[in-house]
Design a protein around this ligand. Structure first.
Ligand code: IMP
Ligand code: MG
Length: 189
């Protein structure tokens, strides 16, 4: 059963099945290697928790938080790290674990920022990919599902800080919000 105003898109068993498939691919690709799973707070933590429990390779986790500031005309301006990783990543395999890649501006910034720290490898694993709004070209190594132009909540994803606890992913009634200007972590300077 989904909540009023939220239309079921990916029920729990579908998410669990896809997470297992992604983990199998990652286990295969990193076989014999160690990897640091880097998750961008806050949306990615539910996906990370499920994904890491399906991993058989040696892995550690680290978190960072990012803020993207809208400029006066509403366009996305500077992105900055508001909470950095706790540990260095030089010469280590890094896998970014994201909830959703939308415009890709956040990840584009993050990839540049992390590459400057000279990891052994850097790849991206995202549960959801919305390629229609992509601005910079990004290589996404592992993608759970493609979605189109709908704002989604649940399984870590929020609308105004809420709905992260839903065990499934659903569409929130687009009549209620202008989702194209909505981002969970964006605020004005
Ligand atoms: P990007 O820089 O536009 O790719 O921003 C991606 C971030 O925006 C994601 O990590 C989410 O935190 C947030 N976001 C984008 N689309 C949605 C959505 O449909 N629901 C909830 N959060 C979203
Ligand atoms: Mg996010």
């Amino acid at each position: 059963m989904s909540r009023a105003g939220i239309e079921m898109l990916f029920p729990e068993p579908l998410l669990a099945g896809r997470v297992k498939e992604l983990a199998a691919q990652i286990n295969h690709d990193y076989s014999g290697e160690q990897v640091i799973l880097v998750t961008v707070l806050r949306g990615g933590f539910v996906f990370l928790a499920d994904l890491m429990r399906q991993l058989e390779i040696e892995c550690s986790i680290d978190f960072l938080a990012i803020s993207a500031y809208a400029s006066a005309d509403g366009a996305v301006g500077a992105v900055r790290v508001v909470k950095d990783l706790d540990d260095p990543i030089a010469d280590q395999n890094v896998l970014i674990v994201e909830d959703i890649v939308d415009t890709g501006l956040t990840l584009n910034y993050l990839v540049k920022n992390l590459m400057a720290r000279k990891p052994k490898s850097l790849k991206i694993c995202t549960l959801l990919d919305r390629p229609t709004r992509r601005i910079p070209a990004l290589e996404l190594e592992y993608v759970g599902f493609d979605i189109s132009d709908h704002f989604v909540v649940g399984y870590g994803l929020d609308f105004k800080g809420l709905y992260r606890n839903l065990p499934y992913i659903g569409l929130i009634d687009p009549g209620d919000i202008d989702w194209t200007t909505e981002t969970s972590s964006r605020k004005k300077p």
